[in-house]
Design a protein around this ligand. Structure first.
Ligand SMILES: [Zn+2]
Length: 158
């Protein structure tokens, strides 16, 4: 599946097998939320992100919260980084909204506030309560270093 920003400046490729794994984990965790980490790379001219892997490991989940298992995720990210010779790395997160649409909540946005993210751009995928590929929404949080804020872009499916 391919999504793009409104200004056509940026696209993200999410292979169907990745979408399926997100949906599988979301369904298994229901009625609780679930979350994971997106792995991939940027194309050479930096206008596209390609997702190659998803790491679905939570330390704990609740109805409206899911905390990823940082230890497991970091080990796997290090492994992938090494095996891919630095080509593939962390690109963002996904989480489910078992009771709601795939719209970011205030808490979701707060997770991506300026002091909370290290990378200049972080993707956030949300799978809405219908848990079908059409309910997967893609957001990109972009750090604005000058103004010390983070802008949230919505990507649309093409
Ligand atoms: Zn959320």
């Amino acid at each position: 599946m391919v999504y793009k920003t409104e200004d056509d400046q940026f696209i993200i490729h999410i292979p169907p097998r990745i979408v399926n794994r997100i949906i599988e984990s979301a369904v298994l965790a229901r009625p609780n939320e679930f979350a994971g980490v997106l792995v991939g790379f940027f194309t050479q001219d930096l206008d596209a992100a390609i997702i190659t892997e998803v790491l679905n490991h939570c330390a704990w989940t609740a109805r409206t919260r899911a905390n990823i298992d940082v230890d497991i995720i970091n080990d796997k990210l290090a492994e992938i980084w090494e095996q891919s010779k630095g080509r593939e790395f962390f690109l963002g997160y996904w989480h489910s909204h078992p009771d709601n649409e795939a719209t970011p909540t205030d808490i979701d946005d707060d997770n991506f506030r300026f002091d909370n993210i290290e990378e200049p751009e972080v993707f956030s995928l949300i799978i809405g309560r219908a848990f079908s590929p059409e309910d997967l929404k893609v957001y990109l949080y972009v750090k604005d270093a000058e103004n010390k804020k983070v802008d949230r872009l919505s990507l649309e499916r093409v």
